[in-house]
Structures are given as C-alpha cells and as structure tokens.
Design a protein around this ligand. Structure first.
Ligand SMILES: [Zn+2]
Length: 299
C-alpha cells in the first residue's frame, strides 16, 4: 500500500514582528484572533495617540505604561509571548514641531527616547521604536532636522546597545541606503537596525543588508521567495495592524502573519524547494534572528 502524500506543515513559532493593540480598539480580541490562527508571539509596538501626544517626560512614561500593561494583559489572558517595543513616533515629532517649534519638539522627542531606553535596559521592553523620519514629503529644512534627530536617536540606541525598529519613507533602494549611512555614522550595529513596513524585496542591493520586517500583504510571499537568497540578512513578517476602531483591519489584520506563513510553506513546496531549508529558514525568521536582534526569545 502506498502511504498518502504527507503534507509538510510548520510546527514551530509564528511571530508578528510589528503589531499595535489599542484598548479602545479590538485590544486582546485581536491577540486572540492572532493566536486562534496559529500565531504564537508578537512584537507589540507602542502606538501614539495623535489626538493627545505627551508633552513631557511624565506624559511619555504614562503612555508607555499603557503599552506595557496591554502586553501583560495579553500574556495573561491570551497566553502568548509578547516583546514590547517603545519609542516616540517620528510623525508625532513632525506634528509637535508645528505646535511647539523644532527645539521643544526635538527635546521632548529625545527625552522620550531616553525613557524608552530605560525600559529596554530594565528588559520590560526589548527594543526602541518605532522611531525614524516622516514617510511623507516635508520641507527641506524639516527633513534635515529629522535626519539629524534620527542620528542622535541611533547614537543613543548604540550607547545602550538597543535594537531599533525604524519607520521611514518608501523610496526604493535609496531609503535603505540613506538609513544605513546614518546608522553607520551612529555606530549602531547593522544587525540591530530593523526597517519596519519594508517592501517584499529581500535582495541585499535593495535593502543595503539591513534587517527588514516585511509587510506581508497579498502577493508578498512570491516576492519574498523570489528575492531571498540563503546568505541574505535578517527578515521577518509583520502586519502593522493598527487596531484603529475607525479603520478596522488597517494596515493588515491580526490573522495575516499565520495565514501568510502557511501560504509561504505551500508555495515553497509547490515550487519543489527543499523542506529542510524551509524548516531552517522559518526557525531563523521566528526565533534565531529575533534572539540575535532583540536578545529576546519568543516562546
Ligand atoms: Zn507601526
């Protein structure tokens, strides 16, 4: 008797590398949906409240606490592992420049970075983010300030040996080239400089060898498989789920990473590629690389 063809499936961890949860949105219900679809761990990124941005250190401490509380709540109620990423959003800085001027906005921004790094040092957060620069066009002067500020932020991360998740514009390979240049000036290890919301292009030339968390929208899997080569730098899958009650499901829904992981496996097997390489790759994406970037081991 010929045994039925065995379908290969991934039994290891499945991590969303960049997700937000909001207590006024779906909150832990979204985390439950993630787990029910096969997700095992998440990197929960601080979500700024643009309607009331903190204006001092105390305000930032309170805002970060609510993200840390959400993480605890998810660990207890949903029983999945959560690594927290804390930091002031670059768009928050841009808004605050309009309100309070460049100097005051930059001061509060750097104070917020230093409070986030305290949490990283205490290990109740695993990295700094999302920090970066506005993803839309701003005046030349403001762009220059944004880049100077980013250099200062990365220097601070370097000082504390913290990993960073970067929110940046999308301008093909020029974006990563320019980020890597700032990174290099700051002295921060390339391995710790993660570009978030990255397009599904893993070629070294496109991303200047920076670690990337790819936004795994429709069609991304074929592009990932196509552009990945075995020696390539670190990458992971993310949704950037916003948990915004006014825009449910934006950017991608909480079930997306587990679903795309399955799609990834099916597509890999369909192409006749080796199961062993797939197994090793998924171990790296969902465990080894996370450990080596953030010093955090997801369950
Ligand atoms: Zn985000």
């Amino acid at each position: 008797m010929i045994p039925p063809a065995r379908e290969w499936s991934w039994q290891g961890p499945i991590v969303d590398h960049h997700i937000h949860l909001d207590k006024s949105g779906q909150g832990i219900e979204a985390a439950k949906a993630f787990k029910a679809s096969g997700g095992t761990s998440m990197l929960l990124v601080h979500k700024p409240d643009f309607s009331s941005l903190p204006v001092d250190g105390e305000g930032y401490r309170a805002a970060y606490s609510s993200t840390l509380e959400m993480a605890d709540y998810v660990r207890k109620k949903v029983d999945i592992d959560v690594g927290v990423i804390l930091g002031p959003h670059p768009v928050a800085w841009d808004h605050q420049v309009d309100e309070m001027g460049i100097q005051a906005a930059s001061e509060i921004h750097l104070e917020a970075v230093s409070i986030a790094l305290e949490h990283v040092n205490e290990r109740d957060a695993v990295g700094l983010g999302e920090v970066g620069r506005p993803h839309y066009a701003v005046s030349e002067e403001r762009w220059r300030y944004a880049n100077d500020l980013l250099l200062d932020v990365l220097k601070m991360a370097k000082e504390d040996d913290s990993a960073v998740q970067l929110h940046v514009e999308e301008n093909a390979e020029e974006t990563c080239r320019s980020i890597d240049e700032i990174r290099s000036k700051s002295g921060l290890d390339r391995k710790k400089t993660v570009r978030h919301y990255a397009p599904a292009n893993l070629s070294d030339a496109f991303r200047s060898k920076l670690p990337c968390t790819v936004s795994v929208g429709r069609g991304s899997i074929a592009q990932i498989i196509d552009s990945w080569n075995e020696g390539a730098a670190y990458w992971g899958m993310e949704t950037d789920y916003l948990d915004d009650p006014r825009r449910p499901g934006a950017v991608l829904g909480p079930r997306t990473v587990p679903r795309r992981t399955k799609e990834f496996c099916d597509e890999w097997i369909r192409l006749g590629k080796k199961e062993q390489i797939l197994d090793e790759l998924l171990h790296r994406v969902n465990r080894d690389w996370i450990e080596s970037i953030y010093g955090w081991s997801p369950d």
